[in-house]
Every structure is written in C-alpha cells, then in structure tokens.
Design a protein around this ligand. Structure first.
Ligand code: ZN
Length: 237
C-alpha cells in the first residue's frame, strides 16, 4: 500500500471498524448495521456502499465524528470536516515537497571548512502510530567540503520531513541524509529533542519526558573531538 496521500494513510486503520467491513453484505451495509450512529442518524453519504476512495474527504471526517459519538451536524461541528481536511493537508504537505525544491538556488560554493551549526529549529510532526503530534527542537551541524546550504533553508528542510507521518528516529535520519546528499559535507550531525503527545495524553502519561534522537555521519561519527565540539555548542545556552 502506498502512502502517497493523507487519506490512504488513515483509511485502512480507522474506517475498517474492525468488524470485517469488506465481508459485510450489501443488505447489511444498506441497513447501516454495525455502524455506531448516535442519535440514530444514518451516514449522510453512501460511503459504505461504494469504494471509500470515491468518498469526499469531508464526508470521511463526518463519519469519523459520528463514530466518536458526536453529532457532526451540530453548530460547532458543522464546518469541522472541511477544516480537518485543510488542516491535515497542511500538516502533511511534506509528501508533496522535495528536498530539491526547497534547496533550489540555495547551495553555495565556499572555501570554508569549519563547523556550521543551527540550533533550536522548531518542528512539529505527527507520529505515524497514533496520528498525534510530537514536537520540539532540531539541532543541525555539518562540516562543509566546498559547499554550504543557505542557513534559512535548514528549517524548511526539516519541515519537508516533519510534515509527514513520522517516527522521530526516521525524521532525524532523513534530515541528515538530505544534507549529505545535497552538499556532500565531511560530516553531518542532527539531534532532535521532542515531546510526544501520544505518550503525554494517553498510555504512560509521562508529562515531562523528552525523547532525544541523533544521527552522526562522517566526521561526527569518526572524530570524537568534532562530535564533542558539536555537543558542547548546542548545550551552551
Ligand atoms: Zn504515537
């Protein structure tokens, strides 16, 4: 299954309802049997009768709201499905972006081989297991080898990968690999410090725990001194 669009991502898990949805007969589907519809309200669309991929996205969200036990037609929720569609499109816009687009025209030849470091890049992402946010700061460093990236482009590079469904480890590695591919530096280091709402709001409820991940490539991996310099620079206030 491809993950090319938002709806592809959420449809199989959330809408199959765990009751063998595809095996239900047309008659059962037509009667709405097995659907939790508070207020005895039938779905506004024929969503269960056809292919879900043909159903407009706001109608899918309306159905999700019903299954939460809500009345999607009450005033406060009347335009929520459309807002959810726009909001989700924004939060996952990284799928439609490439590193090449973001860095286009922002790679410069230099005669400079000292460490370049950008600290405290805010990022907001969503965990791919619960579709809940995780967010925090990225610290990025590299030692150039003839080329540098325009500094303002690094936060945008982070967003290309953060605005997708992610796990923190992969996000960290993708940022490091993208910089490596773009400018072939002597080394790249990326550290992400994040808080995960799926840990804070549910499950273990560790309200103040931070998760730290790192990717150390090239000289950051092979030279202790370079790695130590990076770590001391990001810890300095
Ligand atoms: Zn999660």
């Amino acid at each position: 299954m491809t993950r090319s669009t938002t709806i592809d991502c959420i449809t199989p898990d959330v809408l199959s309802s765990g009751s063998g949805g595809e095996e239900r007969s047309a008659a059962e589907l037509a009667s709405g049997e097995g659907l939790v519809t508070p207020g005895d309200r039938r779905p506004a669309t024929a969503s269960m009768e056809g292919h879900l991929s043909d159903v407009p996205t706001p109608d899918l969200y309306r159905e999700l709201l019903r299954r939460m036990g809500e009345d999607p037609d009450r005033d406060g929720l009347a335009r929520t499905p459309e807002r959810m569609e726009r909001s989700t499109a924004f939060l996952t816009q990284g799928y439609a972006q490439t590193v090449e687009q973001v860095l286009h025209g922002a790679l410069f030849d230099v005669d400079y081989d000292e460490m370049v470091i950008v600290k405290d890049v805010e990022f907001y992402s969503q965990c791919e297991h619960h579709l809940l946010p995780f967010f925090g700061k990225a610290h990025i460093a590299y030692v150039p080898q003839g080329k540098v990236v325009g500094l303002s482009k690094l936060p945008r590079l982070v967003d290309v990968f953060a605005r997708r469904l992610q796990v923190q480890e992969r996000l960290t590695r993708q940022i490091a690999d993208a910089i490596t591919d773009a400018i072939h530096p002597q080394g790249v280091a990326v550290i992400l410090e994040a808080q995960h709402l799926c840990m804070m709001m549910r499950g273990v409820e560790k309200q103040h725990s931070h998760t730290t991940t790192s990717a150390m490539l090239g000289v950051f991996k092979t030279q202790l001194q370079t790695r130590t310099e990076f770590l001391s620079l990001i810890r300095r206030g």
